[in-house]
Design a protein around this ligand. Structure first.
Ligand code: NAD
Length: 298
């Protein structure tokens, strides 16, 4: 497998495509926004005039798009699916709703194509460093076919199961993260009022039963974790807007499958408030300020 089409060259897609170029693949890219396409060209991607041109003769067609409707729009373009090489695999790395992911697999199957839903975790920094975690849903055949390419963009690659399983893993993980960040924020806010130092709470909780990634990597107060966004004006990191998107997808899936997720629903509401207060571009850990009764991170 040598030729790759990359459709959607935004904040994530451009560095991911760049890493495929570095790994020796020929990458043809397409984006609706010419300036974004140009940034990818600067990393060695060949500009294509359309999604179908990018897909022409490709062994893998990777999409990295904002939402389910965007993935479906590309998968509904018959010329795109027809243009790829025989035996090509379609890989959607976007974070989208489970229903759209399953629909994308159906469209691929109708065109006789192998397909994976394969959302990513690790943000722009992980995309740059090729250290993303990738979670794939689809057949074992599609997974094995795409594996060599996916490994060039990731540190961890998990085959989660059938079509849609990658998206399911992504939204369950991020719902856990949103809820656990709120718990960590509440703990630090209570510690402040009790006169307990932040460092003391961190030293205890990060090595005992309160330990979690939201605390040890994204600690919402300045001090204990020097690299956390709290030390840098809550610059993301992982933006509140993306957290809200993922919590919304989790709520959609919970409603559709009749599962009670009261903490996830509460987290979605709190992040909605935080974003509505003008914080969509702030790191998601900045929500600690909302819980202190302030509308903006300090
Ligand atoms: P982005 O908005 O920067 O990039 C999306 C790109 O897709 C844009 O350049 C846009 O012009 C292009 N696009 C939209 N429709 C298109 C079409 N029909 N054909 C060609 N190009 C099209 O978004 P991003 O931050 O790169 O995120 C991409 C996906 O990855 C999203 O689903 C997001 O939820 C997910 N994600 C993002 C992060 C992150 O930290 N940014 C982390 C994990 C997952």
């Amino acid at each position: 497998m040598t030729r790759i089409a990359f459709i959607g060259l935004g904040n994530m897609g451009t560095p991911m495509a760049g890493n495929l170029v570095k790994a020796g693949y020929t990458v043809a890219g397409y984006d609706l926004v010419p300036a974004n396409l140009e940034r990818a060209v600067a990393r060695g991607v060949t500009a294509a005039a359309s999604a179908a041109t990018a897909a022409d003769g490709a062994d893998a067609v990777i999409t990295m798009l904002p939402a389910g409707k965007d993935t479906i729009a590309v998968y509904e373009m018959k010329d795109v699916l027809a243009a790829a090489a025989g035996g090509a695999v379609l890989v959607d790395c976007s974070t989208i709703d489970v229903a759209s992911a399953r629909r994308a697999h159906e469209l691929a199957a109708l065109a006789g194509r192998l397909s994976l839903d394969c959302p990513v975790s690790g943000g722009v920094a992980g995309a740059e460093a090729a250290t993303l975690t990738l979670m794939a849903g689809g057949s074992a055949e599609a997974f094995e076919k795409a594996r060599p390419v996916l490994e060039k963009m990731s540190r961890k690659l998990v085959h989660c199961g059938e079509p849609g399983a990658g998206q399911a893993a992504k939204i369950c993980n991020n719902m856990i993260l949103g809820i656990s960040m709120l718990g960590v924020c509440e703990g630090f806010n209570l510690a402040d009022k009790l006169g307990l130092s932040r460092q003391a709470l961190f030293d205890v909780a990060s090595t005992s039963s309160g330990q979690c990634w939201a605390m040890t990597s994204y600690c919402p107060v300045p001090g204990p974790v020097p690299a956390s966004p709290a030390n840098h004006g809550y610059k993301p990191g992982f933006s509140a807007a993306l957290m809200l998107k993922d919590l919304g997808l989790a709520q959609e899936a919970a409603r559709a499958s009749g599962v009670a997720t009261p903490m996830g629903a509460e987290a979605a509401q709190l992040y909605q408030l935080f974003v509505a207060a003008g914080n969509s571009g702030a790191d998601f850990s900045g929500i600690i300020e909302l819980l202190r009764g302030k509308t903006r991170p300090a």
